[in-house]
Structures are given as structure tokens and as C-alpha cells.
Design a protein around this ligand. Structure first.
Ligand SMILES: NC(=O)c1ccc[n+]([C@@H]2O[C@H](COP(=O)([O-])OP(=O)(O)OC[C@H]3O[C@@H](n4cnc5c(N)ncnc54)[C@H](O)[C@@H]3O)[C@@H](O)[C@H]2O)c1
Length: 313
């Protein structure tokens, strides 16, 4: 297909970008590469493997590769096999589709879509996409699972910005149905349609947002979570009571402190810092308690301590 778009340089002269490009169809997708196999990346890798895709994931070191693989194995056995939702054989088939590595040169080549799930740090996301691009095929799609960073900013160091898109999953990815798709300024219709159809093939329900800090869902929940922390700081209720009030009074499946512990306090602090910097809106000023807890290593469930204590195996 011939692909053409116009860009303007600093002197407002039109630069024609004109090339022949092959666009993938959803049925062409075979290999998914997941960058980062933490809270979200491990769940995303699991969902893709369960749906029959080959999955490569990239981690920082060998221990984290092993940790990622064992957390996926645990999740499949605890939530699917033991509950009779999947046979042992199906589980082993799905797990055999997943390969972890520390080497970008093994993870990326041949991937049809790259789903980035490294920490919420704009520089890191820009760098990892720019490096991945060097190993990728011309038609590979670059999807970011960022919760809040603008896709047009993440795409800054990628040459083929028309293939960069937001694919915002929700925790836990194995269970939550929603995917918030975010179009950057230069995301092509082809990329958008492909990621939308791919989300449906994964059993998810996509909604689409324009590019803006926090998109829609995180923008809505961020003010609420910060207010919950401030209510506790003011001593209006204990954190347990606020959680109970939200579960029983608002019908939320978990209270705000339980949710913050699940998401990761470090992740939320990054979200507040970016959203406040980008918008200046005081609703997104991070509560002091959150900052104090993150500096002291209270990052939530993933480390066994946050607003609550967790017994890790
Ligand atoms: N936690 C949530 O509930 C949630 C929900 C939706 C979206 N997100 C977004 O997903 C992304 C990841 O969040 P998370 O909660 O999974 O974080 P996490 O800290 O649990 O996982 C990030 C993983 O990336 C790995 N990593 C870091 N640098 C890397 C590198 N250079 N190469 C390879 N791997 C690297 C880390 O070792 C870690 O395992 C963030 O952008 C976050 O905003 C999180």
C-alpha cells in the first residue's frame, strides 16, 4: 500500500514523507513481544499465550526472567487449573508458548506487535522503543501500556511514529475486560484498527481515547485516589474504614487503599508526578503520604507491604 503524509519543518515548508509500507492484518499476528514482565507484563504475556500467540518477553536480568515465568505459571495454576477452568495439558501448551530473555536481539526480531510494560518513566519508554525499533521488522506495531504518559511523547524517538499507539490494560490483565486504546498525533488508522481488532481477539473490550495525560480512566480515578489518601491524612476515617465505605457505599470491588496497593504505590507516584507536571491541575498533586511511603520502600502488594501487609510466599 502507498502511504503518504505531510509534515512541516521549522520554516513551515512541507516535508513529504512518502513510502511503500506493508500493513499487518490482525490474522497475520503470530508473535507478541512484551517489554517488562512485572505486575502488568506478566499478565499480558499470559493472556496472549492463552489465546494461542507465541510470546517473547524481555526483562532486565536472569532472576527477573525466572520470576516472570514463575509468576505466570503460578497464576495459570492457581486461577485456572485448580479452579477447573483449564486442563493441565492446555496450561502446559499455553506456558510453552512463552519465552523470557534479557536480550533485545532475541526478544524483538520477528515480533508482529511489541507491548511495552516497563515502569512509568517517559525517558525509559522512549529509549526502550527506540532500541526495539532497531531490531524490529518494518511492519511491527509499538503499543505502550502506559497509564498516563502521552503517546505522542513516548513516540518521540521512534522513526515510524505512525505505528506507535497506547494499549492501556487494567489490573489484573487476565481478568479485566477493558483496553483503553490511545491514538498519538501520528498514529495511523491502520495501526489503530489493527490494535482494536487484536484487543477483541484477546477477549477484551476496547474503548478509544484521544492523547492526553491520564487519558480518561486514570484521569477519573486519580483525583479520587488522592482524595482518599487526604481523607486518611486528615484523620476523617482509618484506611480500613475508607476502603469499607467505598466497597459497601459505592459498590467498588476494592477500596482505594487496596487498589493503590494492587497497582503499586511507585507506579501511582510516577503517574501523579507526570500528570501534575503536564497539566498543573492540583487534583494530581501527589499526597505527601504516598511520597513518604515510596521513599521508604512501601510499594504495595508486589513487595509485601503498602497500606496493608501481605504475606508473600
Ligand atoms: N500496575 C497497574 O495496575 C497498571 C495498570 C495499567 C497500566 N500500568 C502501566 O504498566 C506499566 C508497567 O507497570 P507495572 O505495574 O507492571 O510495573 P512493574 O514495576 O511491576 O513492572 C515493570 C517491569 O519492567 C521491568 N523493566 C524495567 N526496565 C526494563 C528494561 N530496560 N528492559 C526490560 N524490562 C525492564 C522491571 O524489571 C519490571 O519487572 C507502567 O507504565 C504502568 O503505568 C500499570
Amino acid at each position: 500500500m502507498e502511504y503518504e503524509f505531510n509534515l512541516y519543518n521549522s520554516k513551515s515548508q512541507i516535508i513529504m514523507v512518502h513510502s511503500w509500507v506493508r500493513w499487518l492484518k490482525v490474522e497475520d499476528i503470530r508473535l507478541v513481544c512484551v517489554l517488562g514482565c512485572g505486575v502488568m507484563g506478566s499478565g499480558i504475556a499470559q493472556v496472549c499465550a492463552q489465546k494461542g500467540y507465541e510470546v517473547h518477553f524481555l526483562e532486565k536480568n536472569k532472576d527477573l526472567v525466572d520470576k516472570g515465568l514463575s509468576s505466570i505459571r503460578d497464576s495459570v495454576h492457581t486461577h485456572l487449573v485448580k479452579k477447573g477452568k483449564m486442563s493441565e495439558e492446555e496450561a502446559e501448551r499455553a506456558l510453552s508458548r512463552i519465552r523470557g530473555t534479557v536480550d533485545m536481539a532475541e526478544a524483538v526480531p520477528g515480533a508482529d506487535i511489541i507491548i511495552e510494560a516497563v515502569p512509568e518513566d517517559l525517558d525509559l519508554k522512549r529509549r526502550i522503543f527506540a532500541t526495539a525499533e532497531k531490531y524490529s521488522r518494518e511492519e511491527t506495531i509499538f503499543a505502550s501500556n502506559t497509564s498516563s504518559l502521552m503517546i505522542s511523547e513516548i513516540a518521540a524517538n521512534v522513526k515510524r511514529k505512525d505505528r506507535v499507539i497506547g494499549m492501556h490494560w487494567f489490573y489484573p490483565p487476565q481478568v479485566m475486560k477493558l483496553i483503553e486504546i490511545v491514538r498519538g498525533m501520528l498514529t495511523s488508522d491502520e495501526t489503530y484498527n489493527l490494535v482494536k481488532e487484536f484487543s477483541v481477539r484477546l477477549g477484551k473490550v476496547p474503548v478509544t481515547s484521544k492523547d492526553s495525560p491520564g487519558f480518561v480512566v486514570v484521569r477519573l480515578i486519580s483525583g479520587f485516589l488522592a482524595d482518599a489518601v487526604r481523607c486518611a491524612e486528615e484523620g476523617l476515617m482509618s484506611i480500613e474504614e475508607i476502603d469499607k465505605a467505598c466497597r459497601l457505599g459505592l459498590n467498588h470491588p476494592m477500596g482505594p487503599f487496596e487498589l493503590l496497593d494492587h497497582i503499586g504505590l511507585d507506579t501511582y507516584l510516577e503517574i501523579y508526578e507526570y500528570m501534575f507536571r503536564a497539566t498543573g491541575d492540583p487534583r494530581y498533586r501527589s499526597p505527601i503520604t504516598l511520597r513518604r511511603m515510596v521513599s521508604s520502600g512501601y510499594l504495595g502488594r508486589k513487595v509485601g507491604k503498602g497500606f496493608y501487609d501481605y504475606n508473600l510466599k
